[in-house]
Write a protein that binds this ligand. Sequence first.
Ligand SMILES: C[S@@+](CC[C@H](N)C(=O)[O-])C[C@H]1O[C@@H](n2cnc3c(N)ncnc32)[C@H](O)[C@@H]1O
Length: 259
Amino acid sequence: MILKNLMKQNNIAVSLTAPKRLQEAKNLAKRLQLELIMDPKTATKTYDYLLLLTRDYLGLQKVADKKCVPFYLDFSSRKMLHRLKRATLRNELVARAIGFHPRTHPVIVDATAGLGRDSLILASLGFKVILLERSPIIHALLQDALNRCSLPYIHHLHLIYANAIDWLKKLSHDGGPDVIYIDPMFLERNKSASVKKEMVVLQNLIGKDEDAKELFYMALACAKYRVVVKRHRLAANIVERAPNFSLNGKINRFDIYIT
Ligand SMILES: C[S@@+](CC[C@H](N)C(=O)[O-])C[C@H]1O[C@@H](n2cnc3c(N)ncnc32)[C@H](O)[C@@H]1O
């Protein structure tokens, strides 16, 4: 159902530039129920994007813009490594928002995994995180990045393809995670020139997460200790209820709801 909705909005096919990866491309196309186009150059404009298996990564190529390098996730990019190197439990607001020391081994669920950056920061600081992602395309890109990543703490991240609302619903009454982190997609920042390339890709693929409030209430019902909501610094609260407290950064704010 989710898959069908996504395919309605975006016409996507699987293709490859590395012949050696043909079997992987076939498997991916079968799993995502997408057409496999053997030669990306022959993709017509009936497709918006190609999910492209290259020699080195799985990328997303805009068909109308084939000259552009495909979008792919790289946890070892210079920018990311720079941030990871500087990250501490004090200076990363996302870590402070979690409210536990990694030594105490809290069970953390990132219910909106997206491009996995927030969870990667948490992993680098010693937390273990279960990531949930419902977009099959984003999930595939993220899984590929996790598979390629050689950072020592990458195994702290466990990615699951699921709608977090359904996944949380199935947890037994006292089996909820200690902390649930949510960062749903809102489009308020769409017009801003500062919207980064990754966010544009996410917004084009996914649009707004219309059921963010439902996810929030489900998280509130399931989390043992707290729900953390990431919002743009100036955005309204996710629901009318005010958070117990917030941590404010230059761009974002983390609203903490104690359960
Ligand atoms: C803004 S992005 C999250 C970015 C992420 N925090 C990061 O650091 O890269 C939101 C993501 O959450 C996913 N998402 C939204 N609602 C979800 C749900 N109910 N279950 C699973 N994934 C969800 C969307 O598909 C999207 O990929």
